[in-house]
Design a protein around this ligand. Structure first.
Ligand code: MF3
Ligand code: CO
Ligand code: CO
Length: 287
């Protein structure tokens, strides 16, 4: 009998390590396991950390300067200038035709909002700013919510807070040798306590040497499903949480076909960080 082609291979001429044994155990049980190229070397991790530090600087700069009356093209300029000024490249610019350096997604825009002069930030708007940095070839990806003018409705305030908690419970569920589904399950459980919808059409992802790598990090689902997560893997968790339905559409008014909006046009919130899996749990690389 010929088995399925294996994803995991031990290094030739070396004793199998604890990592090898664990991964082969799960692969033999029919689980999806990483390939060895998803395990970052210490040098690559150092590079991604440096990229993450610049990414944090970009979002801190937005936090410092954002105010009512500003348009989202001004946010784009703040991000571009800080990023390039620190020797890095904005990953979004020109990515699969994306025209700007950052995604700015206001209220019912779930993600991939395109910065434009016409989008003027109003007091009480909730805005996601999502930036990805390339530094020395290494990618780091994070996003935050901003409440414009510092105050919004209690409903939107709760949505922003719970979306952040969803990222936190997802990160807490991410233990070495767990599965991606353990993260998704924890997030879905928390969101559904509030009868919020968890977006299914978009997910987190491996990151570091490219913008979007394996695995897909679903923000919903069942424990024990999806890819095995082992020390050395780097990935994002970035739950998009909707006040109403989880269903989303591509905005017909967006000539680029990028902007994603909620099915019922109720608000949506998202937070994102890049994480390194370690022997003890995840380490955050974008703060
Ligand atoms: N930063 C987004 C993510 O979290 C991807 C944006 S792609 C772009 O994966 F082209 F819209 F910028
Ligand atoms: Co992002
Ligand atoms: Co991402």
């Amino acid at each position: 009998m010929f088995g399925k082609k294996r994803r995991w291979h031990c290094l030739p001429g070396q004793e199998p390590t604890e990592l090898d044994k664990q991964v082969m155990y799960w692969e033999n049980k029919g689980k999806l396991v990483p390939t060895r190229d998803l395990i970052k070397t210490p040098e690559q991790i150092e590079g991604i950390k440096k990229s993450g530090a610049i990414n944090t600087g970009v979002l801190d700069e937005v936090e410092r300067l954002v105010r009512p009356g500003m348009n989202t093209l001004e946010i784009d300029k703040i991000c571009y200038d800080y990023c390039v000024g620190h020797g890095a490249i904005p990953a979004c610019l020109g990515y699969e035709g994306f025209p700007k350096s950052v995604c700015t997604s206001i209220n019912e825009v779930v993600c991939h909002g395109i910065p434009k002069v016409e989008d003027v930030l109003q007091e009480g708007d909730i805005v996601n700013v999502d930036f990805t940095t390339i530094y020395n070839g290494y990618y780091a990806d994070a996003s935050r919510m901003f409440v414009i003018g510092g105050k919004t409705t209690p409903e939107k305030d709760q949505l922003v807070r719970v979306a952040k908690e969803c990222l936190e419970v997802g990160a807490e569920a991410a233990k070495p040798y767990c599965f991606v589904g353990d993260i998704g399950h924890a997030i879905q459980k928390h969101a559904e306590k509030y009868h919020y919808g968890v977006v299914r059409d978009l997910c987190g992802h491996g990151v570091g040497l490219a913008f979007h790598e394996e695995p897909e990090v679903l923000h919903y689902g069942h424990r024990g499903t999806g890819m095995l997560l082992v020390p050395g893997m780097v990935f994002t968790i970035e739950p998009m949480i909707n006040m109403g339905t989880w269903k989303v559409f591509i905005d017909a008014d967006d000539e680029y076909g990028w902007e994603v909006i909620t099915g019922d046009e109720k608000p949506s919130a998202q937070w994102e960080h890049t994480f390194l899996m370690t022997e003890h749990g995840v380490e955050i690389l974008t703060r």
